[in-house]
Design a protein around this ligand. Structure first.
Ligand SMILES: Nc1ncnc2c1ncn2[C@@H]1O[C@H](COP(=O)(O)OP(=O)(O)O)[C@@H](O)[C@H]1O
Ligand SMILES: [Mg+2]
Length: 537
């Protein structure tokens, strides 16, 4: 096996390889040579049509995926917040506001000089009248004007301002009806004018007969109807919508952070430390418990898995591959059977070994008699050639489990098993259906005897800790992990789980198994480099 130099390095076509672990027995079983498994992290779609991922896209898709997965939560939190905003708006008192304006005038303006001096004085005075509006004297004048019995609340309903750089004095009044707001604003201006008149005519001796050149003259009647300033229903509803969505999104992110199950290829890659080589949808054709030669939409996913395996190690493509998973019922046997069939269908002589000697299922999957198989061959009770069963494709042979033995681990970990895999892999691609990795040691032992393992992860079911534990187990026993396969991915999650596959966006393309097989074949033939690589698998 060639050294690729300092890792990681990028090969043409955008394939990034990362050295994983040296010192594993090579494929022929001839001895220990440095061996590397490679982590495919990025493949050019143009040349290979495989997984395409960029960090920014992944992050965006992450959030998009969280939103899609939790759309019910987002909609319900938004509805709750909108309802709360509506209730709040309805319970708020209605408030109208009206504004009345007055001029502050000073002097008689008989000459230009007088006019300028009077204007400056008026501006200055206008600002000093502002506090008057909320005074008790003005409130009493307003109450008298409007025939009110009390001055309570009048001052609080009024605000005064001076239009910048002008002599315009404005009073804004708020009230529960448009009419009363208008009347209050007008009365306030009149009352302020009267109060100013009274104040400006008091001379220093307290004699109120003095004359003044300063007056407040109401110039504009407050228009009716006045504007409604509260409640602002539209604004409250918009704020409610945004708050509801944000709250829902935060809850969704917290839920995701607390989710301990693997759902996305990025998570699988991070935990296992190797690339995701296949993402298999949950498909009725795969749920039958039988090998299905016509897989429908899942066929393309299975073919991509087959193709990706070819690129795991370009110089020495794996020839013996163990299919295992953390737990039972995660789809090991189903994937092993269909992968073996796909390899055979692509012209590769393939042997599928059912090495799950505790719960063998390949005989049932292929609907053949599984009485004779691996256990008899290992015990040298039956010659290998007699134990092999021809599968549904001429390129596919099956070595079924045979009689269930009392000591499966000893059998699969034996020297004989080791040499059997090595022998078969010289002429065939060997796919080995193994028991769960965390339950028993068999899968680890088999991986050491083979070129590496595919770790099947059941989407939304396998715990993250279990995947990390599998990685540790492979590291401990010295078996190479080729990649992971995310299985039973719900259709609605495919787009997000399969970044770049475009699976969800082009579902029809995959429904035609005939066409997609042709596509795959033509993709396999696309470049001479790819053709070279294909020879290996
Ligand atoms: N991608 C899939 N879509 C639908 N059903 C699946 C899929 N993969 C596996 N199954 C079903 O899940 C069950 C368990 O699969 P199996 O291959 O026997 O798991 P294991 O070998 O890991 O115990 C089987 O009934 C199988 O048909
Ligand atoms: Mg099984």
């Amino acid at each position: 096996m060639h050294r690729l130099g300092d890792m990681p390095c990028r090969l043409s076509g955008g394939v990034r390889w990362t050295r994983r672990r040296p010192g594993v027995r090579d494929a022929s079983g001839a001895g220990h040579r440095p061996k590397f498994t490679y982590h495919v992290t990025w493949l050019s779609p143009a040349s290979l049509g495989l997984v395409t991922r960029r960090k920014a896209d992944v992050e965006f898709l992450d959030y998009w995926q969280v939103a899609r997965r939790n759309w019910r939560l987002l909609v319900s939190s938004m509805l709750v917040a909108v309802c709360a905003a509506a209730v709040y708006s309805l319970t708020q008192p209605t408030v109208y506001s009206a504004t009345s304006t007055a001029y502050v005038v000073a002097g008689t303006s008989e000459s230009t000089g007088d006019a300028l001096a009077g204007s400056a004085l008026a501006k200055e005075k206008a600002a000093t009248y502002l506090p008057l509006v909320s005074s008790q004297q003005v409130a009493m004048r307003i109450a008298e004007d409007l025939g009110l019995t009390s001055t309570q609340g009048i001052a609080g309903s009024l605000t005064a301002s001076v239009v910048k750089e002008s002599v315009l004095f404005q009073v804004t009044a708020t009230s529960s009806t448009a009419q009363s707001a208008s009347r209050l604003a007008q009365a306030a201006v009149r009352a302020t004018a009267a109060e100013v008149q009274a104040l400006e005519t008091i001379n220093p001796t307290g004699d109120a007969t003095a004359t003044t050149v300063i007056r407040v003259v109401p110039v504009q009647q407050a228009a009716t109807p006045a504007v409604r300033v509260s409640p602002t229903v539209k604004r409250n509803l918009v704020i409610g919508t945004l708050l509801g969505l944000s709250l829902g999104f935060v809850i969704a992110l917290i839920r995701r952070a607390m989710d301990r199950r693997v759902r996305m290829s990025t998570e699988a890659e991070e935990l296992a430390g190797v690339g995701t080589l296949g993402i298999i949808p949950s498909a009725p054709e795969l749920a039958t418990g039988k090998l299905s030669p016509h897989l429908g939409p899942a066929a393309e996913a299975m073919r991509l898995l087959r193709t990706n395996i070819r690129f795991v190690s370009v110089d020495h493509p794996p020839r013996s591959i163990v299919v295992t998973s953390a737990n039972p019922d995660e789809g090991k046997s189903t994937i092993a059977a269909h992968l073996a069939f796909m390899l055979a269908a692509s012209g590769q002589p393939t042997i599928l070994i059912d090495a799950d000697l505790r719960r063998p299922s390949q005989a049932e999957l292929f609907d053949v008699d599984g009485a004779v198989g691996l256990t008899q061959v290992l015990a040298r009770a039956v010659p290998l050639m007699d134990a092999l069963v021809t599968g549904p494709h001429p390129n596919l042979e099956l070595l079924l489990a045979g009689r269930i033995p009392p000591n499966p681990s000893e059998l699969v970990g034996s020297e004989r098993m080791h040499s059997l895999i090595a022998e078969l892999s010289t002429t065939h691609i060997v796919i080995i259906d193994a028991p769960p990795l965390l339950a028993v040691t068999d899968a680890g032992l088999l991986t050491v005897a083979s070129d590496g393992a595919l770790l099947v992860i059941k989407s939304g079911s396998t715990f993250k800790e279990q995947v990390a534990l599998c990685r540790d187990t492979f590291d401990r026993v010295g078996g190479g992990l080729l990649g992971t396969v995310l299985n039973l991915v719900p259709k609605k999650d495919l787009g997000s789980a399969v970044y770049g596959y475009g699976y969800a966006s082009h579902p029809n393309h995959y429904y035609s198994s005939h066409d997609s097989r042709r596509d795959d074949d033509s993709r396999d033939r696309r470049s001479s480099a790819t053709r070279e690589l294909s020879k290996g698998v």
